[in-house]
Design a protein around this ligand. Structure first.
Ligand SMILES: NC(=O)c1ccc[n+]([C@@H]2O[C@H](COP(=O)([O-])OP(=O)(O)OC[C@H]3O[C@@H](n4cnc5c(N)ncnc54)[C@H](OP(=O)(O)O)[C@@H]3O)[C@@H](O)[C@H]2O)c1
Length: 349
């Protein structure tokens, strides 16, 4: 075995990974959309050395990142097989992911999918690298990126669970229109109504995704299911209300959490202050608390307004804000890619 190479068994084949892999072949499917474009932006910011293949529904669409301009390729069943892809980020609707992601995997790519197509599958890891990195290993070829509102929630809950053991969570979301794609931003800015059932200008819509027979929406159901899966707490008591609000970007959440262990406000404060990827913004005297305006284009999860819930023992309220396109989608997807690279390099994660 060469020193610079690590041999890894995957499910289907024995693959050789070069220790310092340069010029990876990376596809982004849905590269003209909000999430796909942001993935490309984050990959470029992190100076990932790669050949990028950018797929959309048509050929030749312009994708502008800073001063660079890229062009899209039309996605078809025949035009990716020859590209020897190492990774494919999928940022398209679930139906397109379901059709194409398994084909990309069959062709040798590791697929990181942003849609909800595979998140519930037991065999597919659903990963926030700062929360459950151990769900990843070299055998995983299809990895699901969680829902945007779930990522910021579990990032704040995980350090609290490690310290105080979470018993119950009640979360209400205030979700930006960018969470529904680029047409939704157009609707907010222009007063049109192409994406939602009601105008979003001057309005709040207490429905995100379709209603289920139990009266909850699919978005609320995703938040509950995905939080349990990522935190590894299948019996967690958690309930959600998801609301669309008329701002362009960054989701906010009001969270009420009940712990098994007792905690002081100061201890909750200290725990979140030390947490990975979390920025504590909590100084009410000086009106410091998280807001979408200041979370925009940031990778961290902002937490504040921490206070004891005096109506119940061991309960606290807090407020969480994050950029849904970056932290809630693109940056998490690129974090997963970087973790997989570390695994292939033989690093302990
Ligand atoms: N927005 C968020 O905050 C967020 C967060 C987490 C996860 N997600 C998930 O990420 C996915 C993408 O969301 P988005 O907000 O980026 O949507 P979007 O802005 O509407 O972009 C959709 C993308 O899909 C492409 N597309 C449509 N039909 C296609 C086809 N037949 N073949 C190839 N590409 C096709 C579009 O390309 P054209 O330009 O050619 O039409 C565009 O690039 C969704 O599954 C969404 O649920 C979104």
């Amino acid at each position: 075995m060469y020193v610079s190479e690590i041999f890894l068994h995957t499910n289907k084949n024995l693959k050789i990974y070069n220790h310092m892999r340069k010029n990876l072949n990376i596809a982004i499917v849905g590269a003209t959309g909000l999430v796909g474009k942001k993935i490309l932006q984050v990959l470029l910011e992190r100076k990932i050395s790669a050949n990028f293949y950018l797929f959309a529904s048509g050929d030749g669409r312009k994708i502008e990142i800073g001063e660079k301009t890229f062009q899209s390729l039309a996605l078809s069943t025949t035009n990716f097989a020859h590209l020897h892809l190492d990774y494919a980020f999928f940022a398209v609707d679930a139906e397109i992911s379901k059709k194409f992601a398994p084909k990309f995997v069959k062709n040798g790519a590791v697929v990181i999918d942003n849609s909800n197509a595979f998140r519930r599958k037991k065999s597919v890891p659903l990963v926030v690298p700062q929360v459950n990195p151990k769900a990843l290993d070299a055998s995983k070829r299809l990895i699901a990126n969680p829902n945007c509102s779930t990522i910021q929630l579990v990032t704040a809950l995980k350090p609290l669970h490690d310290k105080f053991k979470i018993k119950r969570v009640v979360v209400s979301t205030y979700q930006a229109v960018s969470g529904a794609g680029q047409n939704a931003i157009f609707d907010l800015l222009n007063g049109t109504q192409t994406k939602f059932d009601f105008p979003i200008q001057n309005n709040l819509i207490p429905q995100i995704d379709v209603f289920l027979p139990n009266g909850y929406t699919k978005e609320e159901d995703k938040l509950v299911f995905e939080s349990k899966k990522i935190l590894g707490l299948p019996r967690l008591h958690i309930t959600a209300t998801a609301v669309r609000v008329p701002i362009i970007n960054c989701h906010s959440e009001s969270v009420n959490v009940e712990f098994e262990k007792s905690a002081t406000t100061q201890e909750v404060f200290e725990t979140l202050k030390k947490a990975k990827n979390v920025v504590l913004q909590d100084d009410t005297q000086n009106k410091i608390y998280p807001m979408p305006l200041f979370a925009n284009e940031r990778d961290e999860v902002f937490v504040g307004r921490i206070r004891k819930d005096n109506s119940k023992k061991n309960c606290f309220n807090f407020w969480v804000v994050a950029d849904n396109l970056r932290r809630g989608a693109a940056s998490n997807a690129v974090d997963i890619f970087e973790k997989m690279e570390e695994i292939y390099e033989g690093k302990d994660i």
